[in-house]
Design a protein around this ligand. Structure first.
Ligand SMILES: Nc1ncnc2c1ncn2[C@@H]1O[C@H](COP(=O)(O)OP(=O)(O)O)[C@@H](O)[C@H]1O
Ligand SMILES: [Mg+2]
Length: 306
């Protein structure tokens, strides 16, 4: 199937004083397949919103290419088929939920009867059928995000960009919104979902990319990302010579008294380390570790020393 999104060597450097010109997005490449729920995960300032705005045609990249539904980002025809829930949507809080949806329907030039039907349908779809008459001031953060998603569904888009839709929600609202997003995926929509927490997208995303400081550091299914755990090999009675010998195969080596721990990424390197250490230290243990989501994320974000 064709890609819904294709990004190649995309870079964005914002203007401003020369010394501050660090790329917000730094030569990233990835694709999102049609019908996929894709998680775009990274800490604050990683470059998520910048990437989304480029894909929407709201910002121009400094270099590289971005294609959305087979056309260059920003294409007018494509805009009809996509929608966007911004990070901090601005809503008119004196309006009721139903009025807000009606307002956005007007922007799509719908007639009165169509607007009424659409408003009803969308409020139901996001679980606000009973709350359409209340003003947004009376809505919880979770309800506001539902209205945001309803707004993003007015044009029945093929592709939705949701920028941190679950941030700041309590656990129940969080679960509800996550389920709503999963249901969009089941209806065949492509969803590009950004979040600053990997755990947020665990249950909904087919694949995730982890972005940090403008670069994609990992991409794949969650299973792929977590399986790539490491093995910790512990030796006792090891001399400093051992540390030097295993270093080429290790991601990290730590020495704690006479115990030496060697952190190894691949199975091949496990064998190399064991071979290098034979006769030079006492092997204590070889422990494969499957990373937790949290470990993986913290490790990536902190860019642990090698
Ligand atoms: N309009 C702008 N002008 C200058 N720098 C910006 C602008 N918008 C974002 N940035 C910078 O670009 C980087 C990426 O920001 P952003 O894409 O908003 O990250 P995220 O959405 O992942 O939090 C940050 O360092 C941010 O300060
Ligand atoms: Mg952002």
């Amino acid at each position: 199937m064709a890609d819904a999104i294709a990004v190649r060597n995309l870079t964005k450097v914002y203007g401003g004083a020369l010394k501050d010109r660090v790329p917000a997005v730094d030569n990233i490449s990835f694709t999102v397949a049609q019908g996929e729920v894709f998680g775009f995960i990274g800490p604050n300032g990683a470059g998520k919103t910048t990437t989304i705005k480029i894909l929407l045609g709201l910002l121009f990249p400094t270099s590289g290419e971005a294609e959305v539904l087979g056309k260059p980002a920003g294409d007018i025809e494509t805009k009809r088929r996509i929608s966007y829930l911004p990070e901090s949507p601005y809503f008119y809080e004196h309006m009721t939920g139903a009025e807000v949806i009606d307002f956005y329907c007007r922007l799509f030039r719908m007639g009165a009867a169509e607007r009424k039907a659409k408003t009803q349908e969308l409020l139901e779809r996001v679980g606000l059928a009973e709350d359409g008459h209340r003003t947004l001031r009376q809505y919880s953060k979770g309800m506001l995000q539902r209205i945001g998603i309803a707004q993003a569904l007015i044009n029945d888009p093929d592709l939705l960009f949701l920028d941190e839709p679950t941030s700041g929600l309590d656990p129940i609202a969080h679960k509800d919104i996550t389920e709503l997003i999963a249901s969009l995926g089941r209806q065949g929509k492509t969803v590009f979902l950004s979040s600053h927490q990997l755990g947020d997208v665990e249950t909904v995303c087919d694949r995730v990319a982890i972005i940090n400081r403008g670069k994609i550091v990992k991409i794949g299914t969650l299973d792929d990302l977590l399986r790539a755990g490491r093995t910790v090999i512990t030796f006792a009675k090891a001399g400093s010579e051992l540390v030097e010998q295993v270093k080429p195969y290790a991601e990290r080596v730590s020495a704690d008294g006479e115990l030496v721990r060697v952190y190894v990424e691949s199975e091949e390197n496990v064998h190399s380390v064991l071979d290098a250490a034979r006769g030079k230290a006492t092997l204590v243990s070889v422990l494969p570790q499957r990373q937790t989501l949290e470990d993986l994320f913290v490790e990536i974000v902190r860019e642990v020393r090698k």
